[in-house]
Ligand binder design. Structure first.
Ligand SMILES: Cc1cc2nc3c(=O)[nH]c(=O)nc-3n(C[C@H](O)[C@H](O)[C@H](O)COP(=O)(O)OP(=O)(O)OC[C@H]3O[C@@H](n4cnc5c(N)ncnc54)[C@H](O)[C@@H]3O)c2cc1C
Length: 299
């Protein structure tokens, strides 16, 4: 497990595609990593309806199914993720060791891989609502159980928003709103959305207010006209950003130095502003694991 008592050679924070891929590759190289996950394995991929660009799955595969293969791979190699949230990570120049504070433990490692992906952006309008109105508001499809016969409002016009709409449309009525006219989602998804009779798409539309009851009465302004619609669920898909709040400022200040020293690695969605895909995250994970396995201080 470790080269020195209680010190892991490598700790990976986050068991999404990037973290899982790096754990698998490290294990193949004879290094036992510790992987820490605050939620469930699979990360954002748990939200993906149909992954059509992961090599090998030419008919497409759901995010959940693809993750089940990833986690079986971990099981096969006897890699057991620790389910806990990392609250803080620091680095000591005296002994070149990372200290990782989780909710429950203090762990130490020689190398740290940050594979924590992205956090959803909060909607400004939601912050103005009372607590009561917030109970039917979500940012991830994986946060609620398969709804049936519901009216669902989806906010956003990117890949995630359209993917959510197509996913939920088989059993529910969907309205997708876009605050402008520009559609960021792939053409392929847009064309599917247009053909789907369970999905209504409104551009130039914003939420003005939510008049809350058991179901949410939402006041929308659509092309300057006020309309009220009733929804059971409101799902925001308005973008994501890295969350570095658990990393000490001391590490962030010398991030480049630690990366050059090859003791700190950032992989997957957290590093790539523009290209956020499972295969890229997996490639990142494998690449850093190979770099780490070549390091002399771990041999
Ligand atoms: C709706 C949707 C559809 C998508 N469709 C596709 C598709 O068709 N094809 C494709 O290739 N990609 C798709 N993606 C993108 C893909 O899911 C991501 O690119 C991929 O999941 C990124 O992997 P990652 O490991 O970098 O990060 P993530 O998957 O975000 O994993 C990060 C993990 O870190 C954990 N974590 C975060 N902070 C902490 C902490 N402090 N302590 C412990 N654990 C922590 C999180 O819980 C999470 O499990 C889709 C994404 C969405 C949202």
């Amino acid at each position: 497990m470790s080269l020195m008592t209680n010190i892991y050679p490598v700790i990976i924070i986050g068991a999404g595609p990037a973290g899982i891929a790096s754990a698998i590759q490290l294990k193949r190289s004879g290094i036992d990593p510790l992987i820490i996950e605050k939620d469930k394995c699979g990360g954002l991929l748990r939200n993906a309806f149909l992954v059509e660009n992961y090599p090998g799955f030419y008919n497409g595969i759901s995010g959940i199914k693809l993750i089940s293969y990833f986690t079986k791979h971990l099981e096969k190699l006897s890699i057991k993720p620790v389910f806990d949230e990392v609250k803080n990570i620091t680095y000591s120049d005296d002994n070149n060791i990372f200290t990782i504070h989780t909710k429950e433990k203090i762990l130490k490692s020689k190398i740290a891989i940050i594979a924590t992906g992205l956090k959803h952006k909060e909607s400004d309008i939601v912050n103005t609502f009372s607590i009561n109105t917030k109970k039917n508001i979500y940012y991830n499809i994986s946060d609620f159980k398969n709804p049936k016969g519901k009216n669902i409002l989806i906010v956003g016009a990117g890949d995630a928003s359209f993917d959510y709409a197509l996913n939920l449309s088989s059993k529910n009525k969907i309205v997708v709103i876009n605050r402008g006219k520009k559609i960021k989602a792939l053409n392929l998804l847009h064309n599917r959305l247009k053909k789907n009779t369970s999905i209504e798409y409104l551009d130039n539309t914003i939420i003005k207010n939510i008049i809350s009851k058991k179901r949410e009465e939402v006041l929308l302004i659509s092309n300057n006209i006020e309309i009220i619609k009733t929804f059971d669920i409101i799902l925001f898909a308005i973008g994501r950003k890295p969350d570095l709040s658990f990393i000490s400022s001391q590490i962030l200040e010398k991030r480049l130095e630690l990366e050059t020293k090859k003791v700190l690695f950032f992989i997957g969605d957290i590093v790539d502003k523009n290209y956020r895909q499972t295969s890229i995250a997996v490639g990142d994970g494998v690449k850093v694991a190979m770099e780490i396995s070549n390091l002399e201080n771990l041999k």
